[in-house]
Ligand binder design. Structure first.
Ligand code: SF4
Ligand code: SF4
Length: 424
């Protein structure tokens, strides 16, 4: 009967060494995760979001597993292929571990008979989609690299490295499968159709003689790169693979154009407690879900591409603003006043038109405008205003209209405007 042969071709004792080698990588991963999540307030954000934990899982299924926003654009399709392949391979590895480490010692197998054959077929099919998607993404990234701005280069190189590493894992995975079929041919080999084709291509090249040694080398090279990838997750752009789904779960579920309000004026008046903070000046002052969201930013620039202020050549780039806050968080300067230090400038904050196009465009559900408004409120409360803005506010306060017109001029102005509109 067909049955999954895990660790069947590596020398005895290798598995124990393999798990021991994994320990330091796991420790680096756990430390990084603590660094990233410890300051973020993520758990609080997920639990207090709409629908609590159930709502969070629902958003995860709709927006992450179905990749609704990413798949909308043509360039999102390689990502969709990589995502589906990655999730399948992750699930497949989990099933293999359950089969080998839990089911087998208990005296039964998950991966045997017809179940095992279907498993092999599905994993090969989605693994192939994974490799094709990665190849497309690699070509696209290489073609786009010269257009990346100086502050985007580092992230683009990281994405290139990540894509290459994932492609390496996909290809070595298929190579291992083909070598396994060369060393131990089976009647059901064709269910692993990619591996079987590769094995047929390699047979007759003399690889049979060195296949067991080659298998061992590639097996270790594959495993060590997987460990390194896991350890690097919290420190590199690969973080978005974990942070983006969590950010989607932590979403407050606000409509696109809804802006935050610092307090409820009616409640303040009723309570008589006027000790309220209208704006924010530090990263630590932001809401928990906003503190976490910056970690999901992939520096993709989709927000810039739809931002009217960016298109006009103003100081504002929503991508750069989110990335700046991300750096503030990663460096641990979360209590530093980013307005006084001019890490975030008044020019960029005032350039925003609050159109929320960036909110609609962001594939990982970050709301750049939600960072701009509270910082801008703080500028107002500190009276860091350009003349035009202070005149506007003074006119509102003095004359109850932004033009500073006397009340008796209102009727006349309305009449003038009315006749102008009529003549148009
Ligand atoms: S809300 Fe502000 S940052 Fe976002 S797209 Fe509009 S102008 Fe740009
Ligand atoms: S905020 Fe969103 S759209 Fe903008 S660069 Fe980051 S991930 Fe991309």
């Amino acid at each position: 009967m067909p049955v999954r042969e895990t660790f069947g071709l590596v020398p005895p004792g290798t598995v124990s060494i393999f798990y021991l080698v994994f320990l330091p990588f796991a420790a680096v991963f756990a430390y990084g995760l603590w660094l990233r999540l410890g300051r973020s307030g993520l758990v609080l954000a997920i639990l207090r979001g709409p629908g609590g934990l159930t709502g969070a899982v629902r958003r995860l299924l709709l927006n992450v597993f179905l990749q609704r926003r990413v798949g909308r654009r043509a360039r999102g399709w390689p990502h969709l292929a990589i995502f589906s392949g990655f999730i399948t391979l992750l699930l497949a590895t989990t099933i293999v571990a359950i089969d080998w480490d839990i089911a087998r010692p208990l005296g039964f197998r998950v991966l045997n008979g017809a179940r095992y054959l279907y498993f092999e077929f599905i994993v090969d099919a989605l693994g192939l989609i994974f490799v094709v998607g990665l190849t497309g993404a690699l070509v696209w990234r290489l073609a786009k690299l010269p257009q990346a701005g100086p502050d985007q280069r580092r992230v683009q190189y990281q994405f290139l490295a990540l894509t290459t590493v994932l492609l390496y894992l996909g290809v070595t995975g298929f190579l291992l499968e083909s070598l396994r079929l060369i060393i131990r041919p089976t009647e059901w080999a064709n269910w692993s159709f990619v591996g079987a084709h590769l094995a047929a291509m390699l047979s007759g090249t003399g690889v049979e003689a060195i296949a067991p040694t080659l298998y061992n080398w590639i097996w270790w090279a594959h495993g060590l790169v997987v460990f390194a990838l896991i350890a690097s997750l919290p420190y590199t752009v690969f973080l978005h693979a974990g942070a983006a789904p969590l950010n989607v779960m932590a979403q407050p579920g606000k409509p696109r154009l809804e802006l935050s309000t610092p307090f409820d004026l009616r409640e303040v008046l009723e309570s008589g407690n006027f000790d309220v903070k209208p704006g924010v000046a530090t990263f630590a002052d932001l809401e928990p879900e906003m503190r976490f969201a910056v970690q999901a930013c992939t520096n993709c620039g989709r927000c810039d591409s739809v931002c009217p202020a960016f298109a006009m050549g103003t100081a504002l780039s929503p991508r750069r603003l989110v990335q700046t806050l991300r750096k503030v968080m990663l460096r641990g300067n979360i209590s530093d006043d980013v307005l006084t230090s001019k890490v975030i400038t008044a020019e960029e904050l005032w350039a925003c038109t609050s159109c929320a196009a960036c909110v609609e465009a962001c594939p990982v559900f970050i709301r750049p405008v939600d960072y701009i408004i509270p910082f801008r409120r703080e500028l107002v409360s500190r009276q860091i205003l350009q003349k035009r803005q202070s005149d506007f506010l003074a006119n509102l306060g003095r004359s109850a209209n932004p033009y500073g017109l006397a009340a008796e001029r209102r009727a006349q102005l309305a009449e003038e405007l009315g006749s102008k509109l009529d003549s148009q």
